[in-house]
Design a binder for this molecule. Structure first.
Ligand code: MN
Length: 245
């Protein structure tokens, strides 16, 4: 049996083709899987579990159908959908995971992360992250009317786009020292994450021993999936078929 990993779909009402490919992926590939792990940024924005926006609800319903069919689904927050909460988990039939999360996969110990905490060179983002992960900040935000939350998220997205444009590429990638320290601390040789939208398998050494960092890609123009079974892992891109909607 195969365990599937995806991240960074950035589902949004303006891009129904991505939701289409996601729904198709759940129905055709994930249905036969042992587990499905979503490592964050499933949604472009998430302002609370009470948002009735139809494209979001379409994704929730598709996840629910998968979990109802007997495939356990795990969800880790990304930097876009960190406000996903208990109601979403109940409705989608997902189990929320902490970041980082260490799992045993077909005989390997693997550390799962979204990846944003490894981008330690982006000091401005890390400060924003610290603020928005504070439970009292979240409680306050979630108590605002939905329309106001949506407007604030739109504003934050525009600001983040503007500030991202001015940042060198290297700042928005992971910091290798943070990678090594995290893996050493968690006693793993394998790390799987998303966030950077730079799909790759990186080979390096930690204290003289081989280590690997597997990076999932985004779903903007095609899907990106890690398949893991008894023979190991494969990072593959998933072409978007015409007419996915
Ligand atoms: Mn991200």
């Amino acid at each position: 049996m195969t365990t599937l990993f995806i991240s960074d779909l950035h589902l949004d009402a303006s891009r129904p083709d991505i939701t289409g490919q996601f729904v198709e992926f759940l129905r055709e590939q994930a249905t036969g899987a042992e587990f499905l792990y979503i490592l964050g940024d499933l949604f472009e924005a998430w302002v609370g579990d009470d948002d009735p926006e139809p494209e979001k609800q379409r994704a929730v319903a598709a996840l629910r159908a998968l979990s109802d069919s007997g495939v356990p689904v795990y969800f880790m927050h990304g930097n876009r959908d960190f406000l996903i909460g208990a109601r979403f988990a109940r409705e989608a039939g997902c189990t929320l995971l902490p970041d980082p999360c260490r799992v045993s996969l077909h005989g390997s110990e693997v550390l799962l992360m979204h990846g944003d905490t490894l981008c330690t060179d982006d000091v401005e983002y890390q400060a924003f992250r610290e603020m928005t992960r504070d439970p009292s900040w979240q409680q306050q935000f979630l108590s605002l009317p939905l329309a106001q939350r949506l407007a604030m998220a739109e504003e934050a997205r525009a600001e983040s786009l503007a500030s991202t444009r001015g940042k060198p590429e290297s700042i928005m990638d992971v910091n290798q020292q943070a990678v090594v320290e995290t893996m050493r601390e968690e006693k793993v040789r394998l790390l799987l994450h998303g966030h950077t939208h730079r799909p790759a398998v990186h080979d390096f050494e930690i204290d003289g021993r081989a280590a690997q960092r597997i990076v999932l890609g985004d779903w903007y123009t095609q899907g990106s999936v890690v398949y893991w079974d008894d023979s190991g892992f494969r990072l593959e891109s998933l072409p978007r078929t015409e007419g996915a909607h």
